[in-house]
Design a protein around this ligand. Structure first.
Ligand code: ASP
Ligand code: MG
Length: 421
C-alpha cells in the first residue's frame, strides 16, 4: 500500500474490548499510542466498546422485547464505542498528548442500511487526516457507521476490526495493527493443542479460511477487506511487546509449508435425509427453502443413487438446527423423501495451507492420520487450500493434536514441517 506521499508514517491501531476493559487499560492504550506518535508516526486509533458492554446493551434491549426494531438496536449498541472513544481521548489528554474522539457519522463511515450487519461503502478521511496533521491522535469509534439517510448502523459483532482495516485502506495507512488479548495468530487453538505455536506470518487467504472455520482472532470481513485493499495487517497483544503475526500477501516461501494451521469448529450440526428421489431440482428445492429462512449450509454430501433414491447429508450452524430440521421435515413429505436424522455431537477439523496447491497427497495424509487414531470420517469437503473432515465431537481434540504433529506444526518440531527441498 502506498503511504499517500506523506513523510511521517501513518499507523492505524485498533484496540478490542479487553484492551480497553477498564480505566487503567485505557491509560495503557493511551501510553502505547503516544509512544507510537513519539516514535515519529501519525496515529489513528480505533477502539471497541469496553469488554462485556455490547452484551450488556443487548441484554437491556432483550429485557424489553426480543423483537426490537433493528434501527433502534443500533442506536443503543453504538453507545458502547462512544463511551470508549471519549474515555481514551481523555486518557491521552491526561497523559499530556493531544487527542480528538471521532464517531462513525463524524468521519462519515458511510454504510448500506442493513442494520446490525451493515457494510462499509465509503469513508471520508479528511477529518482524521486534519486531526493527525495538527498533532492529534484521532480516536475513532469502531463498529458503527451511518447510512445515506443519516441513520446509525453497526457492522456486526467484532466489527471494530473491519472499521480499522477500512480506515487504514481509506487513509492509505502504512500499517494496520489489531491489538487484542492474544499475541498473534496460532497454528491452532493452544487450549486444544499445547504444542501450538504463534505464526510470524500468514497469507490473507489462509487467515480467511481459518477465520471462517472458527478461529476468532479477526472478524472475517476485516480480512476480506484487508485482502481486497492489500492492507498489511498485524495481530498483536496490547499487553506485551511481542511483534505478533503479520497477515499479508502470499509469497513463495509460504508454499514450503504444506499446512499452516488447523481449525476446529464445534458449532455445526448434521442433518441427513434418506431416500431422497433422484430427480433434477430436488437439491434446489431443499437448499432453496433453507436459504429462504437465511440458514447457512456448510458441508453437503450426496451419495450416488440406488434404485432412484439417494441419501443427502449436510451441516448447518447448531443454532439453526431446529429451524432447519423443521424446513426439511415439511419438504420431505411433498418430495416423498424418507427418514430424517440429526446429530449435534459432531465437529469439523480442517487443515489449511497455501502449500497444498503444490503438494500432492495432503488429503490422504490427513485421512491416514485420523484413521490411525481410530477416528471415523463422517463427511469430507475441500477447497484449493483446505481439507475439512466431519467427525464425532468426542474425537475433536485428539484429531487436532494428531494432525498438528503429523504436519510438523508442533512447537519443537518446526524444521520437519518444511517438506521436500
Ligand atoms: N463492540 C462490538 C462487539 O462487541 C464490536 C467489537 O468489539 O469489535 O461485537
Ligand atoms: Mg474482537
Amino acid at each position: 500500500m502506498a503511504s499517500g506521499g506523506r513523510k511521517r508514517k501513518l499507523i492505524v491501531q485498533k484496540y478490542g474490548g479487553t484492551s480497553v476493559g477498564d480505566i487503567s487499560r485505557m491509560q495503557n492504550v493511551a501510553r502505547r499510542a503516544l509512544a507510537a506518535q513519539r516514535a515519529g508516526n501519525d496515529v489513528v486509533l480505533v477502539v471497541s466498546a469496553m469488554s462485556g458492554e455490547t452484551n450488556r446493551l443487548l441484554k437491556l434491549i432483550n429485557d424489553i422485547t426480543p423483537t426490537a426494531s433493528e434501527r433502534e438496536q443500533d442506536v443503543v449498541l453504538a453507545t458502547g464505542e462512544q463511551v470508549s472513544v471519549g474515555l481514551v481521548a481523555i486518557a491521552i489528554q491526561a497523559a499530556g498528548g493531544k487527542a480528538t474522539s471521532v464517531l462513525g457519522h463524524q468521519c462519515r463511515i458511510l454504510t448500506d442500511s442493513t442494520h446490525s450487519k451493515a457494510r462499509i461503502q465509503q469513508i471520508d478521511g479528511t477529518r482524521l487526516l486534519d486531526a493527525v496533521k495538527q498533532g492529534h491522535i484521532a480516536v475513532v469509534a469502531g463498529f458503527q457507521g451511518v447510512d445515506e439517510a443519516g441513520n446509525i448502523t453497526t457492522l456486526g459483532r467484532g466489527g471494530s476490526d473491519t472499521t480499522a482495516v477500512a480506515i487504514a485502506a481509506a487513509l492509505e495507512a502504512d500499517a494496520c495493527e489489531i491489538y487484542t488479548d492474544v499475541d498473534g495468530v496460532y497454528t491452532t487453538d493452544p487450549n486444544v493443542a499445547p504444542a501450538a505455536r504463534k505464526l510470524d506470518r500468514i497469507s490473507y487467504e489462509e487467515m480467511l479460511e481459518l477465520a471462517s472455520l472458527g478461529a476468532k482472532v479477526l472478524q472475517i470481513r476485516s480480512v476480506e477487506f484487508a485482502m481486497k485493499y492489500r492492507v498489511p495487517l498485524w495481530v498483536k497483544s496490547s499487553f506485551t511487546d511481542d511483534p505478533g503475526t503479520l497477515v499479508c500477501e502470499e509469497d513463495a516461501s509460504m508454499e514450503d509449508l504444506v499446512v499452516s494451521g488447523i481449525a476446529l469448529d464445534r458449532n455445526e450440526a448434521r442433518i441427513s435425509v434418506r431416500n431422497v428421489p433422484d430427480q433434477p431440482g430436488i437439491a434446489a428445492q431443499i437448499f432453496g427453502a433453507l436459504d429462504e429462512k437465511a440458514i447457512v449450509v456448510d458441508l453437503i454430501v450426496q451419495n450416488p443413487p440406488l434404485e432412484g433414491k439417494c441419501n443427502l447429508t449436510f451441516t448447518v450452524g447448531r443454532a439453526d438446527l431446529v429451524k432447519a430440521t423443521e424446513v426439511v421435515k415439511k419438504l420431505s413429505k411433498s418430495l416423498g423423501a424418507g427418514e430424517i436424522s440429526t446429530d449435534q455431537d459432531i465437529a469439523k477439523v480442517s487443515i489449511v495451507g497455501v502449500g497444498m496447491r503444490n503438494h500432492s497427497g495432503v488429503a490422504a495424509r490427513m485421512f491416514r492420520t485420523l484413521s490411525s487414531e481410530g477416528v471415523n470420517i463422517l463427511a469430507i469437503s475441500t477447497s484449493e487450500i483446505r481439507v475439512s473432515c466431519l467427525i464425532a465431537s468426542k474425537y475433536a481434540e485428539l484429531a487436532v493434536r494428531a494432525l498438528h504433529t503429523e504436519f510438523g506444526l508442533d512447537a519443537k518440531a518446526r524444521k520437519p514441517a518444511r517438506k521436500g527441498k
